[in-house]
Design a protein around this ligand. Structure first.
Ligand SMILES: [Zn+2]
Length: 46
């Protein structure tokens, strides 16, 4: 599972560290990118 930082208004902005959007200057938000949907049956919480 990857996580990166992206602007909510500019999803094309992706960085691997905290920072600000180059386009609007907003603080980037941490995004957790889920893997491929191959494990639909194992999505229960532990
Ligand atoms: Zn932005």
């Amino acid at each position: 599972m990857l996580s990166f930082y992206s602007c909510l208004k500019h999803p094309e902005i992706e960085q691997n560290k905290q920072g600000t959007c180059l386009k609007c200057g907003m603080r980037l938000k941490a995004i957790k990118k889920e893997g491929k949907k191959e494990d639909d049956h194992s999505s229960h919480n532990l």
